[in-house]
Design a protein around this ligand. Structure first.
Ligand SMILES: [Zn+2]
Length: 281
C-alpha cells in the first residue's frame, strides 16, 4: 500500500531528525498528494545533500561507463533484478480485516517472482529475505550498488478491484543539476524516469493480459522507494488485502511473477544506462 509510505516516513522523520541530510529530509517531505508543480520545488541547496552519511556516494551509482566492477559494464546490459518485498519488521504494511498482512504476502510473492526471473536468466538480489525492515535508503542502496540492474518493489494494496494489479513509476522529479559531478541522493531516479516508464509499461501490459480490469499502461505516483534508486525502477501493486481468503491473493502470484519476468525480459534489449552528470571521469 503506497500511501503508507509518506505516513511512515513522517513518523520516521521525527526520530531521525538531525541524523539525516537535508536532501533526505527534503525528499521525505514530498507528499504523494502534492501536485507535480509543488513536488518539483527544488531541494534546499546544501553541500551535504550530495553525500548523506552512511549511504553510497550517489555519483558512483549513476551510470558510469568506467565500471569499478570490471566486466559488469553497462554495455553488458541488464543482468540483475533487485527485488524489494515492501514493508516488513515493525511495519506490516496494509492489513485486511481477515488478518492478511501486506508484509507477509509480498514475501511469498517474491519467492515466485524470483523463480520466474531466474528462469529468464536474471540474477535476483532481494532487499529482505525474512521479516526485517530495511530503511528506504537501505533498499535503494542495495539497488544502487549493482550495475546493469532494475529495481522492482512489490506491494499489496488495500484498495482497487480485487484481482487486478498496477505498475507505478515515480512522478517527474526536478531536473538533475550538476552538483559537483554528483547526483543528489533524493533525485537519483531522475535520469532513469524514461526507462522506468518503458519498463513499467511492458510489465503492466503483461499484467493486463492476465488480470482483467488492470490498466494498460504504468501510472505515475510519488513512491519513496523509487526516488532514491539510480536504475529503472517500478512498483507493482496487487489488489488487495481486503479479500476474505488469502488464497485469492496466492492464486495471483504465479501470474504476477510471470508478468514481471516477461516484462523484464522484454525490456532488456532497450536497457541503456543514461549519460548523467554523475558519470565518473
Ligand atoms: Zn505497500
Amino acid at each position: 500500500m503506497l500511501s503508507w509510505v509518506s505516513k511512515i516516513l513522517r513518523m520516521k522523520f521525527l526520530s531521525l531528525l538531525g541524523l539525516l541530510s537535508v536532501a533526505l529530509v527534503a525528499g521525505v517531505l514530498v507528499s504523494p498528494s502534492l501536485t507535480p508543480s509543488q513536488a518539483q520545488q527544488p531541494a534546499p541547496s546544501n553541500p551535504a545533500a550530495t553525500s548523506p552519511a552512511a549511504t553510497p556516494t550517489p555519483g558512483r551509482v549513476a551510470g558510469s561507463a568506467a565500471s569499478p566492477f570490471g566486466t559488469q559494464t553497462p554495455q553488458g546490459g541488464l543482468n540483475i533484478v533487485v527485488l524489494d518485498p515492501a514493508h516488513g519488521g515493525t511495519d506490516p504494511g496494509a492489513r485486511g480485516t481477515g488478518g492478511i498482512r501486506e508484509s507477509e504476502i509480498v514475501l511469498d510473492f517474491a519467492v515466485q517472482v524470483r523463480r520466474a526471473l531466474e528462469l529468464q536468466g536474471f540474477q535476483v538480489v532481494q532487499t529482505r529475505q525474512g521479516n526485517e525492515n530495511p530503511s528506504f535508503d537501505d533498499r535503494s542502496a542495495t539497488a544502487n550498488a549493482q550495475r546493469g540492474a532494475v529495481f522492482v518493489t512489490l506491494h499489496i494494496s488495500s484498495t482497487g478491484l480485487p484481482g487486478t494489479a498496477r505498475v507505478y513509476v515515480n512522478s517527474d522529479l526536478p531536473p538533475v543539476a550538476n552538483a559537483g559531478g554528483l547526483i543528489p541522493w533524493d533525485r537519483a531516479q531522475a535520469p532513469f524516469l524514461g526507462l522506468s516508464k518503458a519498463f513499467g509499461d511492458l510489465v503492466q501490459g503483461f499484467l493486463a493480459q492476465r488480470f482483467k480490469g488492470s490498466p494498460d499502461t504504468a501510472q505515475s505516483a510519488s513512491v519513496r522507494q523509487l526516488r532514491t534508486t539510480a536504475a529503472p525502477a517500478i512498483a507493482v501493486e496487487v489488489s488487495s488485502v481486503t479479500v476474505e481468503d488469502r488464497a485469492d491473493l496466492d492464486r495471483m502470484a504465479p501470474g504476477v511473477a510471470d508478468a514481471i519476468a516477461r516484462g523484464t525480459a522484454a525490456f532488456k534489449p532497450s536497457y541503456v544506462v543514461p549519460s548523467t552528470p554523475g558519470a565518473l571521469p
